[in-house]
Design a protein around this ligand. Structure first.
Ligand SMILES: Cc1ncc(COP(=O)(O)O)c(C=O)c1O
Length: 427
């Protein structure tokens, strides 16, 4: 007879670990999470990179409760609702009201990536470019695991196994403009859009400024839409409200999700430039996309409250200050720990690359063991490429950051069972 397992089937967790109390969170407050085994851990990942303001923000909780009491459920499907109108206005305002004109609500980063591919192909058809169906993503990029987004995701995570159709997707290497230029030379008239993360989440690899400049120039030349997938980089993660606000020219579409509601709702939004939106308006053409739970009062109330709290707490500036401190701590760790090879990333979005005693990168299969050691030392960190990733909440104090770095160092030492390095000299 089959062994009895618990009903919950968690995502991307080794089946051998299902049902483990050590991994079952029960509550969270500030930057700490309590688990079913009784331990409370420091969260070094802002949840799943979404609780940028920490857990348990009372203003957001109140806004959600009020919306549920006052309006329960209202849709944006064949109707509008006043909460969604207000949230759309607020998003356009924080992103750039001169450039972006409209907002499409969705329920996850993956679903929103599906939306942008539909918008791009529809837009190109409205411009008489029906042949433009291809969407370009970056190798190593992550856009989610729904069927459309999974196709665009640039790592092999089982697309073939699941029959994900990638015939209309192309992938190019990040930060290598020559490869993109070559693809455009060959297939430029068939390309509807290119979707990029400003910082590739997997490994925390920022797009270099010269690459972004090249992308923008190629957009002008070849007429594809440029989409910034800011699911992870939005809401202050990398030093501005949206990372693409630091680009010399803005993208045509922006996707936001994780930090959008501080992780409290299944929410995503696509900001659409005035130019792209005008093509639909002028043609009187209806985009065929809709999700029952998109743009509901509770979701939109949490978006509005999150934006208000970001402002009240001056969270973008706080994130910038924290990132300067993080930069110093990471430099000290790299300089003083023999197994820390380098760090990458931007703002409060960082990765630490680890090497074995032989100087070779930590094998990917070892990464979960390293993450587990750091958890034993008291902190939650994210698995990375040959190492770990840190995405602290923007509201972390300096003391919390030091605690996180101590847990990281202790965990790395425990993993390699090497003599601990003196913490004072490492600061
Ligand atoms: C850049 C990016 N796009 C899309 C997604 C997918 O979002 P979701 O898990 O909400 O579908 C993620 C999630 O990590 C992401 O980081």
């Amino acid at each position: 007879m089959a062994e009895t397992t618990r009903a919950l089937w968690p995502s991307l967790l080794d089946p051998a670990l299902h049902g483990t109390d050590e991994l079952c969170a029960v509550s969270a407050r500030g930057v700490r999470v309590r688990f079913a085994d009784g331990r409370e851990l420091l969260c070094g990942t802002s949840g799943l990179w979404n609780t940028n303001l920490g857990y348990g923000n009372p203003v957001i909780a109140e806004a959600a409760a009020d919306a549920l009491r006052e309006a329960s459920y209202l849709s944006v499907f064949r109707y509008e609702n006043a909460y969604a109108r207000r949230a759309a206005e607020a998003l356009v305002e924080v992103c750039d009201a001169d450039h972006y004109g409209r907002v499409i609500f969705s329920t996850s980063g993956g679903a929103a990536n599906d939306v942008v591919m539909k918008v791009a192909r529809h837009y190109q058809a409205l411009c008489g470019q029906e042949r433009r169906k291809l969407v370009v993503g970056l190798r190593g990029g992550y856009h989610g695991l729904t069927f459309g987004a999974f196709g665009l995701t640039g790592d092999n995570l089982g697309q073939q196994l699941y029959g994900v159709d990638q015939r209309l997707v192309r992938h190019v290497a990040p930060n290598e403009i020559g490869e993109l230029a070559l693809l455009l030379e060959r297939q430029g008239t068939q390309i509807a859009a290119m979707v990029v993360e400003p910082v590739i989440g997997n490994g925390a690899v920022p797009l270099r400024p010269d690459y972004v400049a090249g992308l923008l120039a190629l957009r002008e030349r070849y007429g594809f839409l440029l989409v910034a997938d800011e699911v992870a980089t939005g809401f202050g993660r990398t030093g501005s409200f949206f990372a693409s606000q630091q680009w010399p020219a803005l993208p045509d579409l922006v996707i936001t999700s994780k930090g959008l509601t501080n992780g409290t709702s299944a929410a995503a939004a696509v900001l659409v430039s005035r130019r792209v939106a005008a093509a639909f308006n002028d043609a009187g053409s209806m985009l065929v996309h809709g999700e029952t739970q998109a743009g509901t009062p509770v979701t939109c109330a949490t978006i509005l409250a999150t934006i208000a709290e970001m402002r009240r707490l001056d969270a973008v500036a706080a994130g910038r200050q924290l990132s300067a401190l993080l930069e110093k701590r990471l430099a000290a760790l790299t300089a003083t720990h023999p197994r820390v090879e380098t760090t990458t990333g931007l703002g409060c979005f960082r990765s630490i690359r680890i090497t074995n005693a032989d100087g070779l990168p930590l094998p990917q299969t070892e990464v979960p063991h390293l993450v587990a050691e750091i958890r034993r030392a008291g902190a939650i960190v994210h698995p990375g490429v040959h190492g770990i990733q840190l995405l602290p909440a923007l509201v972390y104090t300096a003391a919390e950051l030091d605690e996180l770095m101590t847990c990281v160092r202790t965990g790395i030492d425990a993993y390699f069972a090497v003599a601990p390095v003196d913490l004072e000299t490492a600061r």
